[in-house]
Design a protein around this ligand. Structure first.
Ligand code: URA
Length: 433
């Protein structure tokens, strides 16, 4: 077997055999197949796609490129969720302690924000002292003692994905359904899960904007995850408007705290209860989805989820006093309100521009490794579809003076005031078969 013949198979529309995927990824990770071969194969997969069995073999070979997490001392069912991301999506932060309060363990490996989307690790690091770069031993200790561990990908976890993702990023090969599905699921499956919920976003702030492309990704990930023996449900949910009323790292922590106190915006609470309820059902901790939702809602309302989160913050080096004293979180020096340009109905038009406005303010990064300002962001003063009057404040920027002109320009392109507008539903589909 050699790399050239594997490229020829894919070039000619063939299907990679399991041994070919294993050989290619093993040799690539070991540095014995050069980057130009790997970028050629990624481009061929991008154009040709992959059959279901071929994708399962490819994903398994990615998973086998590194270590798998194992938690022999954790007897509880292990569950996790993954979202394809967007703007204001902070669901994981209230969801993980709520799940632990309901008797399941959550070993969550998350990512950082890049381009127009935010990332859970950056949000958590807005909490003073909070550490997300945990060793495998620290990660396991947090899971054993608190029931939740919130970390980033370590060098040992799916090294094939680390190398391939970086290569896809610089060669413009991100938006491929088999490449996205194998990248996300190889990392999630390395956590040794019993149940998984996937939240595939649709709309102008999502990775894959069109509903049908999102639906195809949802179908592909569901089949792949189930073929690996993990009980899985996929939701397709709305990202044609931001989730909640705040976007920006520290602002999203504040909103997550509100949710953990039984309050906060209703769309955030709805997704936390829905996805948490479904995970409890899949893990055998709730008889059905309604019972699971009610159980999660109770954990948010009775303070038990908040109490778990205080322990998570402490276990990961953060200062849990910020739950009681929000003044301990970073706050931007300046605020500026933007107003409606006309009478009519407020409608989000291009959410990508909103995400890029936050990046311009310093709240996101243009390239991996850029520093970020956790305090900046945007607060939404009116709902998608609300009637507004000319001159009425609709958004508030939290800023430090950096990138303000670009942010104003991008925000002006992100919304419109229309004669009519029907907002998209929050949840489009739920599939588990
Ligand atoms: N997130 C990932 O981890 N991988 C992708 O390919 C896309 C989003």
């Amino acid at each position: 077997m050699d790399a050239r013949s594997i490229l020829r198979t894919k070039r000619d529309g063939g299907v990679l055999a399991r041994e070919e995927s294993e050989f290619f990824l093993r040799e690539y990770v070991a540095g014995r197949i050069p980057e130009h071969f790997a970028s050629a194969l990624l481009a061929l997969i991008f154009v040709r796609g992959m059959e279901q069995g071929e994708l399962a073999d490819w994903t398994r070979a990615m998973l086998d490129s590194g270590e798998r997490l194992a938690f022999p001392r954790v007897e509880l069912p292990k569950v996790d969720k993954h979202s394809t991301g967007g703007i204001g999506d902070k669901v994981s932060i209230p969801l993980t302690p709520a799940l632990a309060a309901c008797g399941v363990a959550v070993p969550m490996i998350s990512g950082r924000g890049l381009g127009h989307t935010g990332g859970t690790l950056d949000k958590l690091e807005a909490i003073p002292g909070f550490r997300t770069q945990l060793s495998s031993v620290e990660f396991a200790r947090c899971l054993e003692t608190v029931g939740v561990a919130l970390g980033g990908q370590t060098p040992e976890l799916v090294p094939a994905d680390r190398k391939l993702y970086a290569l896809r990023d610089v060669t413009g090969l991100i938006e491929s359904i088999p490449l996205i599905a194998s990248s996300i699921l190889s990392k999630k499956l390395a956590e040794g899960l019993d149940a998984l919920v996937l939240d595939v976003k649709f709309g102008s702030g999502a990775f894959l904007v069109e509903r049908e492309r999102g639906a195809e990704l949802a179908r592909t990930m569901l089949a792949l995850s189930q073929s690996m023996g993990v009980r899985t449900t996929v939701f397709q949910t709305c990202m044609s408007r931001p989730l909640g009323r705040k976007a920006g790292n520290a602002l999203e922590i504040e909103e997550s705290f509100d949710c953990l106190e039984g309050g906060g915006p209703s769309d955030l609470r709805e997704l936390v209860c829905l996805q948490g309820g479904e995970l409890l059902r899949l893990a055998g901790r709730a008889a059905d989805l309604d019972a699971g939702r009610a159980r999660i809602a109770r954990a948010l309302d009775d303070g038990s989820a908040r109490a778990v989160f205080a322990r998570v913050i402490e276990a990961q080096g953060g200062d849990p006093r910020c739950l009681d004293d929000r003044g301990l979180l970073p706050h931007a020096r300046e605020r500026e309100r933007l107003t409606a340009p006309a009478d009519g109905v407020f409608a989000w038009a291009d959410l990508r521009e909103l995400g890029l406005a936050i990046t311009a303010l310093g709240g996101g990064r243009k390239a991996l490794g850029d520093p970020i300002d956790p305090a900046v962001g945007v607060e939404f003063l009116v709902d998608d579809g609300a009637r507004v009057r000319r001159g009425e404040p609709v958004l508030e920027l939290h800023h430090s003076g950096i990138g303000l002109d670009e942010a104003r320009r991008r925000i002006a392109a992100s919304f419109e005031v229309r004669a009519e507008h029907r907002p998209d539903p929050l949840v489009l589909t739920r599939s588990n078969a």
